[in-house]
Design a protein around this ligand. Structure first.
Ligand code: DAH
Length: 358
């Protein structure tokens, strides 16, 4: 027994990997291992001999198992230490030289430009969730159930758990629900814009299932369409970097405004390039109007005391126009060559005094 102990303890201590340890385990304490064979001899012994040999063999078996476990954990500790030694990384090293730095996506650039222009006019930036309730996206905006405007929106509906009978949440189809949320949190008077992603089930050269809008909302005691027109003219001149521009207000209909107008800008196309401000063509850029009294009331604002204007504009669309990008879908393709061609230097923040785009 002493011989077995000395031999196996030495072999285990010398084992270099888990496979060698496993082979030793089978050889010593496996079913047909040497210790197990000794245990089978117990039956042939006298009771007195057995009383001594039985516990001794059990102790030997425990001792060998303990040595196996200890060696196994020593080997894995050593393996880990070796990995830590060979795989280290100096996170304090300087970065690689930026020969091909990342760029700002044109949509991010245009969002910054729009924000800078309206900030100058005293508009704060507001935000809302992209998954919104049926109430914020539709009802509060005077679009009740079964209103045709709901069908026109190609809405993506979220699933509800079985048995939950509330109307499903939606991926917001426009940024207009942020009007209501801002009225609730800020009250009147207020001036906000809300740039953000919106969703509609549509896909072709000028439609993608996710796109971007910027909502505008100004509420005060005596705000009129004249204020709306001035703000939009200032915006268009600053954004397209032209000294003068003519806007055309076309009577239209939106459930959330009364009266409603779609706004076109005067422009011309020369060899496929857009020129804003002069020419014989008109280009539609946004929807707008005076906020409907029901919408003010839904946002908790007294329509007897306050009134306001609102507008909604496609960010992707004005980005395509300003930077001559022909296909909307390219915005979302993540094609590196496209991104390098149309992208903007990351640290070049657009400002009014910098001329926005540089
Ligand atoms: N929410 C409208 C849309 O997505 C755009 C819009 C039109 C927003 C008129 C407005 C507005 O705030 O007054 O088609």
């Amino acid at each position: 027994m002493d011989d077995l102990r000395t031999r196996y303890i030495a072999l285990i201590a010398a084992a270099q990997d888990e496979a060698a340890l496993e082979a030793l385990r089978v050889q010593a304490v496996g079913k047909k291992g040497e210790v197990s064979l000794q245990m089978r001899q117990l039956g042939k012994m006298t009771p007195e001999e057995r009383q001594v040999a039985g516990p001794a063999l059990n102790a030997l078996k425990d001792e060998i198992n303990a040595a196996l476990a200890a060696r196994k954990s020593a080997l894995s500790d050593a393996a880990l230490a070796e990995r830590l030694r060979s795989e280290w990384l100096d996170v304090t090293l300087p970065g690689r030289s930026l020969r091909t730095p990342g760029t700002l996506h044109p949509i991010s650039q245009v969002r910054e430009e729009v924000t800078a222009i309206f900030a100058e006019m005293g508009f704060a930036v507001a935000e809302g969730p992209r998954i919104d309730t049926d109430w914020y996206n539709f009802d509060a905006l005077n679009i009740p159930a079964h209103h045709p405007a709901r069908a026109e929106m190609d809405t993506f509906y979220m699933a509800r758990a079985a048995g939950d009978n509330r109307p499903p949440n939606v991926l917001r189809t426009h940024t207009s629900p942020v009007q209501i949320r801002s009225m609730e949190t800020m009250g009147a008077p207020m001036r906000i814009i809300c740039p953000g992603g919106v969703y509609r089930a549509d896909y072709d050269q000028t439609h993608t299932p996710m796109f971007h809008q910027v909502e505008g909302l100004a509420i005060d005691r005596d705000i009129s369409m004249a204020n709306l027109k001035w703000c939009l003219e200032e915006f268009v001149k600053a954004f397209f970097e032209v000294d003068d521009v003519e806007l055309r207000f076309r009577a239209s209909h939106f459930p959330f405004t009364e009266p409603s107008a779609e706004v076109d800008i005067r422009c011309s196309w020369q060899d496929g390039t857009l020129k804003v401000g002069e020419g014989d063509d008109w280009l539609e850029i946004l929807g707008s109007g005076m906020v409907h009294p029901k919408v003010l009331a839904a946002g908790g604002i007294d329509p007897e005391q306050w009134q306001g204007f609102a507008f909604g504009m496609g960010i992707d669309r004005i980005a395509m126009l300003k930077y001559g990008i022909p296909d909307l879908r390219a915005f979302f393709d993540s094609d590196l060559r496209w991104l390098r061609h149309y992208g903007f230097a990351a640290l070049d923040q657009p400002t009014l005094h910098g001329g926005l785009s540089r």
